[in-house]
Design a protein around this ligand. Structure first.
Ligand code: NAP
Ligand code: GDD
Length: 329
């Protein structure tokens, strides 16, 4: 039985990935941080097959213990401070966790492998946020990086450190440059989930107003379940590499609002939506659209859920939650 260690197992992607790997017969270990982390209960309830290991990306010795306990064949480094807006207010913490945390993981792998680094495959969760002020449209693996947030800068560090360990030590370390991906498990701080949960509450007369920031931002939004499959495919390749994972379509926040409100029968959302400068960012990433040709050709990967299906899935799930008829995702 292959063994996989996942950091960030309590997050959106970690939960989808844990389920995918369990379905493929892996023994799954998940790193969980903090004292009495409330999300441990979610893991025990939804993913009882995950062996929980206590550790923090900031603490190298805890990572070494996690490697010793799991002795993994594959490592998926998904743990990060992942909310871009928060990263300006907590730039140093974001750098420690999202940038230096990657280095801690690479070092833990190197030390644990005892000179045989090739036996453990490593996935780094890089991000389209690294493209920031985009230098090319669409963005591919060779597009110049120009991050626009402390989070983006931290991800660039992790990305290049992963490449550096691959080139320096011959590590099977791959970096997935994933564009935005969403699901009913998305955190409520991200715009798609913020909208879907508000729409469900507005439809149930529990809320009257949704306050947002920049409605013109464009993102290449896909479904998280598809994207964790791409992570797994990367680690099944003979050679490590970097891959863009995207739908290759872009949509604005306004288009997301159109579809989300229409799903509950509201065609004009303008009476419900307000804009507030507090949700604007010091530097915005205006447009993201990926070119995932390499992943489609080499990994045989492609997205299975369209933008419209994604919006409907998220709104339906939040409507079910509000009505008390929620189903598991
Ligand atoms: P998420 O839901 O925010 O999950 C982040 C995870 O990181 C959580 O499990 C969190 O644990 C964990 N974490 C935070 N600080 C940690 C620390 N100091 N030590 C150990 N773990 C820590 O993020 P996601 O959407 O699943 O994304 C997964 C990864 O992909 C992240 O690295 C993200 O930056 C990257 N990414 C995401 C997207 C996207 O669109 N979703 C796109 C590109 C890249 P707690 O639950 O305890 O807070
Ligand atoms: N969160 C949020 N809240 N975003 C808003 C709001 C709001 O009220 N109003 C408008 N937006 C705009 C943001 O300014 C941004 O342009 C866009 O909606 C998407 O914001 P988020 O959903 O917060 O995602 P993100 O694109 O900043 O970052 C996500 O995707 C990255 C990949 O490109 C995160 O998952 C990152 O971790 C990930 O790396």
């Amino acid at each position: 039985m292959a063994r996989a260690l996942i950091t960030g197992v309590t997050g959106q992607d970690g939960r989808y990935l844990a389920r995918l790997l369990h379905g493929k017969g892996y023994e799954v270990f998940g790193l969980v941080r903090g004292q009495n982390n409330p999300k441990i209960d979610i893991l025990h309830r939804e993913l009882p097959f995950v062996t929980v290991l206590n550790g923090d990306l900031l603490d190298l010795s805890s990572l070494l213990r996690a490697f010793a306990a799991s002795d993994p064949d594959e490592v998926y480094n998904l743990g990060a401070i992942s909310y871009v807006a928060y990263s300006w207010e907590n730039a140093m913490l974001t750098t420690d966790v999202t940038a230096k945390g990657v280095l801690n993981m690479l070092e833990a792998l190197r030390l644990h492998s005892n000179g045989d680094v090739g036996r453990i495959r490593f996935y780094q969760a890089s991000s389209s946020e690294m493209y920031g002020k985009v230098q090319e449209v669409p963005q591919s693996e060779s597009t110049l990086l120009w991050p626009r947030s402390p989070y983006g800068v931290a991800k660039v560090f992790g990305h290049y450190m992963t490449i550096n360990y691959r080139e320096s030590y011959g590590m099977h370390a791959s970096s997935g440059i994933l564009f935005n991906h969403e699901s009913p498990l998305r955190g409520p701080e991200f715009v798609t989930r913020k909208i879907s949960s508000a729409v469900a509450r507005i439809a149930a007369d529990l809320q009257t107003t949704l306050t947002l920031g920049n409605l013109d931002a464009q993102r290449d939004w896909g479904f998280a379940g598809d994207y964790v499959d791409a992570m797994w495919r990367m680690l099944q390749q003979d050679e490590p590499d970097d891959y863009v994972i995207s739908t290759d379509e872009t949509h604005s926040v306004r288009e997301y609002l159109d579809l989300a409100f229409a799903r509950v029968g509201i065609d004009d959302w303008s009476p419900y939506v307000e804009q507030d400068p507090q949700f604007m960012r010091p530097a915005e990433v205006d447009l993201l659209i990926g070119d995932s040709t390499k992943a489609r050709e080499r990994l045989g990967w492609k997205p299975t859920i369209s933008f419209e299906q994604l919006v409907h899935m998220m709104v339906d799930s939040d409507v079910a939650r509000v009505n008390g008829t929620a189903v598991e995702h």
